[in-house]
Design a binder for this molecule. Sequence first.
Ligand code: SF4
Length: 230
Amino acid sequence: MPHPELWSLAQDVRDYLDYMASLGVDWMPRPAQPADNLGALLAPETLDDIRADLGDCRRCKLFEGRNHIVFGEGPAETPLMFVGDGPGLEEDRLGRPFQGEAGGMLTGIIVKGMKRRREDCYLTNLVKCRPPENRDPQPDETGACLPFLHRQIDAVRPRVIVALGRTAAAILLGSNAPMAALRGRVHDLRGIPVIPTYHPQTLVKTPELKRPAWEDIQRAMAILDAPPRN
Ligand code: SF4
């Protein structure tokens, strides 16, 4: 076989497309600028590239009610990524993820619990526009928006993803399982460990779930503290 690396890359791409198709994603966005050589084609995409490609997105009906696209925020590369389901009222107003009570709860977990800085983590959601009345995003909406999240994950290259809430965890993992079955263990998303836990808004409303959520966060911390894999 003359180019085993390219063959392996092609197989990875096919596995990825099969995975996305299993989630109902039937299109993939094209790069904003055509690559003019193989080096450019293989160069990793940056978060700015992805945001530029998202543009003034109208790929699903959630654009109709939004005030701001909430793309996500955090470093260009970081080991720890949090993914929620979608922006709420405050997030839509400010254009930033995890604001208000839920944002305060998440910041507390990161700062007091994990002894990290919120600005050192990458925070984003499955869908970048607020679902009306904070309902769960619908399959056509997650199908339209999910490719951008996967591109963000590829750009940020986290060592661990914490999926906040059942919707985020189930969609990210392509599962129909309830939260009770999803949490309590480490899942795999294309080689990246995924820890499902309760959404911070759920912890605001139901403080007794803070203890199991802390167990989940400790799983994420153990991965972050482990020596890097080669
Ligand atoms: S939710 Fe995502 S796909 Fe839908 S309009 Fe907003 S940015 Fe576009």
